[in-house]
Design a binder for this molecule. Structure first.
Ligand code: SAH
Length: 400
């Protein structure tokens, strides 16, 4: 097992250009005024941004003479699509984005009969060093800005609205922070993103609080801080082991905040919101899938307001670990349920495009090539269906 250091402080790189989504409404109005325009143009720009309009020519409520200038100043294109990959009959789509400094991140849009969920990245890479996760093994490149995180959700909402996803035009209903990165290690930007997701249109995406899931390795002070925010978003905790001895190795942050402390913080969140939190548990063959560990987990959670979401391990390159065989998985589920713990097995979407949790390793390269020819924003992006190569994340917490 490779032991990587835990990294909390993201390396500082050149900042992305200023974007409206990084600003408060007041700041945006002031910025517009500084450009010699009436403050209400900030609201017009916000409306276009959250509606997914990127071409200034379509912003017809702005005077033609100032469209380009205002868009360039406050809505710079921060996310350039490098490629889309589709799976599940076009109902799952993974997008690889290039950021202004060449860093790469991905998001995955998954359409279900009753909802459409986008899995977004909060950091380029990750500093939490979980040995079974490709992103964790690639290390932390940098934090994403709020606008870079929000932009992934806005693009997904636009793709749904424009009918780019099989099934016709629809609405984005859910967002999960389960892409690259540890969202609570980029707290301020993720907090801003939550505001943008929850604020009603046209100043935000207008999602329901319960439809937004923040997934964490268990940064206890940040969970407490999130609890104090008074938001009723869904909390997911990546536990992966019920005992400290094993969790110290699978989720190295456990050496700082152990199982009992993490669950204590999650309990606090549940008490405040009155809502069940989610325990994520990747089943790894002969590592954490033994019946005695199922019993231990059941005992740990029986009296808690928690739900277990089991994830069959998605093997990562070079890893010696494998997913648990089906009988072991079924036994694990049965024991948890017998202990009275609501348990589901995650439906892993997009497996044929590596569209599954923890396989993202795109740090700064595409297919081993450090830089590539980029499509102009708005131009056609090559769509690769069921491609073999690529990196991934995704899958979804199956709470609607
Ligand atoms: N940093 C956040 C978000 C990570 S991705 C967190 O850890 O919660 C969402 C989930 O995918 C986490 O539970 C993570 O542990 C899990 N995961 C990572 N690698 C995986 C893999 N190879 N197979 C299955 N799940 C994995």
């Amino acid at each position: 097992m490779t032991a990587l250091p835990l990294v909390f402080d993201a390396p500082r790189r050149t900042k992305p250009p200023r974007h409206l989504a990084d600003l408060t409404r007041e700041e945006a109005r002031a910025a517009v005024a500084e450009l010699g325009q009436p403050a209400f143009r900030a609201d017009q720009l916000a409306r276009h941004f959250y509606a997914g309009v990127t071409d200034p020519a379509q912003m017809t409520d702005l005077p033609a003479a100032v469209r380009e200038g205002l868009a360039a100043a406050l809505l710079p294109g921060l996310l350039t699509p490098v490629r889309h990959q589709s799976a599940d009959g076009g109902r799952t789509r993974k997008t690889l984005w290039r950021l202004h400094d060449g860093a790469l991140v991905e998001s995955v849009l998954m359409r279900y009969p009753e909802r459409a969920t986008v899995c977004i990245s909060s950091q380029a890479g990750c500093g939490m060093a979980c040995p079974f996760c490709a992103t964790g093994q690639s290390g932390l490149t940098r934090n994403l800005s709020a606008a870079e995180i929000i932009g992934q959700a806005v693009a997904a909402a636009a793709a749904m609205a424009n009918g780019e996803i099989a099934g016709g035009p629809g609405r984005l209903s859910n967002v999960v922070f389960m892409g690259m990165g540890e969202p609570l290690a980029n707290y301020a930007r993720v907090r801003k993103t939550l505001d943008a997701l929850l604020t009603p249109a046209p100043h935000g995406l207008g999602l329901a609080q319960r439809s937004v899931t923040v997934s964490t390795v268990g940064l206890v002070p940040a969970i407490r801080k999130l609890t104090e925010e008074g938001l009723n978003v869904t909390l997911a905790v990546s536990l992966h082991a019920p005992d400290d001895e094993l969790r110290d190795t699978l989720v190295p942050i456990n050496t700082r905040w152990n199982v009992e402390e993490v669950l204590g913080a999650a309990d606090g969140f549940a008490r405040r919101t009155g809502r069940r939190y989610s325990i994520e548990y990747a089943l790894i063959r002969d590592i954490n899938d033994q019946p005695f560990r199922a019993d231990l987990l059941g005992k740990l959670l029986a009296k808690r307001l928690a739900h277990v979401n089991l994830i069959p391990l998605n093997p990562t390159p070079g890893s010696k670990w494998d997913a648990s065989p089906l009988p072991a998985q079924q036994e694990f589920v049965a024991r948890l349920r017998a202990a009275g713990v609501p348990t589901t097995v995650r439906d892993t979407r997009g497996s044929d495009i590596d569209g599954a949790c923890g396989q993202l390793a795109a740090a700064d390269q595409v297919d081993g090539v450090p830089s590539i020819a980029l499509p102009v924003p708005g131009a056609d992006v090559p769509s690769v269906g069921g491609a073999e190569e690529g990196v991934a994340l995704g899958a979804e917490s199956d709470q609607g």
